[in-house]
Design a protein around this ligand. Structure first.
Ligand SMILES: [Zn+2]
Length: 405
C-alpha cells in the first residue's frame, strides 16, 4: 500500500491539535488530538512513499516505534487514506491511460469521498469501464442521461429508440442540431461515443453489442412518451423483472420531472406494484390511463422543459452511477418527483404489492395492505420521504466527528 491522504478533502486546523478534513457535513470529519510531529508527518502521506519508507521517515522524526503503522491504520479506518497503487489489475490498466484518467480525475476524486477502503475509488472507476447499460428512449432526457453515463466512464451505453431525430429532441449535452433527420438510434450512439473519455476495453464485437439484448447491469427507461413516464406500463417492465435486470425509470410528464423507481426485481416495488397501488387508491386510475394511452387528442408537442429534462437526466444518471458503483440509491422503491416552477423534490414510495407477480411483496419487508396504505398514504409518503432523505445522506453521520489518532 502506498498511502495518500485523500487530496479531495480540504484540510484545516481547528486549533493547535485538531485537524478538520473536508468542508461539508456529509463528508467532513475532525482528527485529534494530534501532536505537531504527527501533524507534519501527514504531509508525507502523499502517495509517493510505501510503508517501509514511511517507517524510516517516522524514525527520523523521532516518532515512537509502531506509531506510523498505527497512524496509517487509523487514518485508513477513518476513510481518510487512499492507496495510490490500489484497486486491482483493472485499476492498474486504467492508470496507464493518462488521457482517460485526466478526463475522469474529478469523478475519481468524488469517488474517493464516498468510499472508505484505500484503493476503492480507483477500483470502482475502473469497474465502470466493463459495465453495460441500456437506455431506452432517445429524447431530451434519454440521450443526455446516456451521454452522462458514458462521460462518467461506463464502458458501454446502448441507446434504443425508433424513428428519426426531430428538432424538439435536440438538447445541449444530448442530441446536436446537426442530427435532426438522422435515425434516433444512430444519432444517440454518436452522442454517447462523443461523450466517452476514451475507448472502452474491447470485450466482444460491435455485432454482439447490437444483437445482444441481455446482460445489462442496468436498463434505464427514459420514454419520450409522457403517459409512459407518468404511468409506466407493467407489461414493458415485466421481461426485465423476469430476467432479474435492475431498471430505473426517468422522464418528464407535463411540468413534472420523475426519477425512479429503481427496480431491484423481487426486492423493491416495480411498475406493476405502482399500478396496483394506484388502482387501490383510485378506482378510476386504469380508466384514465387507458384514455391517456389511446391518445384522445394528439398533442402537437408534448411539454418537456429543457432545463427540467436536463435536471432529470442528471439526477437519474447520478442514481444510476450510485447503483452501478454498488450502492442502493434512494430511488430504490421510490419515485423522486419535482415540478416547475417550485422545484422542490419529493420522494413517493413505491411499495411492493401482493397482487403484483414480481414477488417483491413476498419479501415481507415493506409489505402493506392496500387498506392500511390508503389510510396512511399521506403520512407514509411524508415519513418515507424523510427516511429516504436520511438514507441518501446516511453513509456518514451529519456534522463532524472525532477519530482519535
Ligand atoms: Zn411488482
Amino acid at each position: 500500500m502506498v498511502p495518500q491522504m485523500k487530496p479531495a478533502l480540504r484540510r484545516g486546523w481547528r486549533d493547535l491539535n485538531t485537524v478538520q478534513f473536508g468542508m461539508t457535513p456529509a463528508h467532513a470529519l475532525t482528527l485529534g488530538p494530534i501532536d505537531t510531529a504527527t501533524g507534519s508527518f501527514l504531509d508525507l502521506l502523499n502517495g509517493t512513499r510505501g510503508l517501509a519508507l514511511l517507517r524510516e521517515e517516522g524514525r527520523r522524526s523521532d516518532l515512537p516505534d509502531g506509531h506510523v503503522d498505527t497512524l496509517v491504520g487509523r487514518l485508513a479506518r477513518a476513510g481518510l487514506v487512499d492507496d495510490a497503487r490500489g484497486g486491482g489489475p483493472a485499476a492498474d490498466t486504467l492508470r496507464e491511460k493518462k488521457e482517460i484518467l485526466d478526463r475522469l480525475a474529478p469523478d475519481l476524486a468524488s469517488l474517493s469521498l464516498t468510499t472508505s477502503e484505500p484503493g476503492d475509488a480507483m477500483r470502482l472507476l475502473a469497474a465502470r469501464r466493463s459495465l453495460r447499460v441500456q437506455v431506452r428512449g432517445a429524447g431530451r432526457v434519454g440521450v443526455t442521461l446516456a451521454a452522462l453515463l458514458s462521460g462518467a466512464g461506463v464502458g458501454e451505453v446502448d441507446v434504443r429508440d425508433g424513428g428519426r431525430v426531430e428538432p424538439g429532441d435536440v438538447a445541449p449535452g444530448g442530441l446536436p442540431a446537426a442530427s435532426v433527420g438522422d435515425l434516433r438510434s444512430t444519432a444517440a450512439r454518436r452522442a454517447v461515443s462523443a461523450a466517452a473519455p476514451g475507448h472502452p476495453p474491447r470485450h466482444g464485437s460491435r455485432a454482439s453489442v447490437t444483437a445482444d439484448d441481455t446482460g445489462f447491469s442496468l436498463v434505464v427507461l427514459a420514454p419520450r412518451d409522457d403517459v409512459d413516464v407518468h404511468a409506466p406500463a407493467p407489461a414493458a417492465g415485466e421481461p426485465l423483472v423476469r430476467s432479474g435486470t435492475p431498471h430505473l425509470y426517468a422522464g418528464v410528464v407535463e411540468a413534472t420531472g420523475v426519477v425512479g423507481p429503481l427496480v431491484l426485481p423481487g426486492e423493491t416495488g416495480c411498475a406493476g406494484c405502482l399500478h396496483e397501488n394506484r388502482t387501490d387508491r383510485d378506482q378510476a386510475w386504469p380508466r384514465l390511463v387507458a384514455q391517456w394511452r389511446s391518445g384522445g387528442r394528439r398533442l402537437p408537442a408534448r411539454p418537456c422543459d429543457l432545463a427540467l429534462a436536463t435536471t432529470v437526466a442528471g439526477l437519474a444518471a447520478a442514481h444510476a452511477l450510485a447503483f452501478l458503483d454498488g450502492r442502493v440509491p434512494s430511488s430504490a422503491g421510490a419515485r423522486w418527483e419535482v415540478s416547475l416552477p417550485g422545484m422542490t423534490w419529493h420522494a413517493r414510495p413505491v411499495w411492493p404489492h401482493s397482487a403484483c407477480p414480481c414477488g417483491a411483496a413476498e419479501k415481507g419487508k415493506g409489505e402493506h395492505t392496500s387498506k392500511e396504505e390508503a389510510a396512511h398514504e399521506t403520512m407514509a409518503e411524508q415519513r418515507s420521504s424523510e427516511e429516504l432523505c436520511r438514507k441518501a445522506t446516511a453513509p456518514r453521520p451529519a456534522g463532524t466527528w472525532r477519530a482519535h489518532v
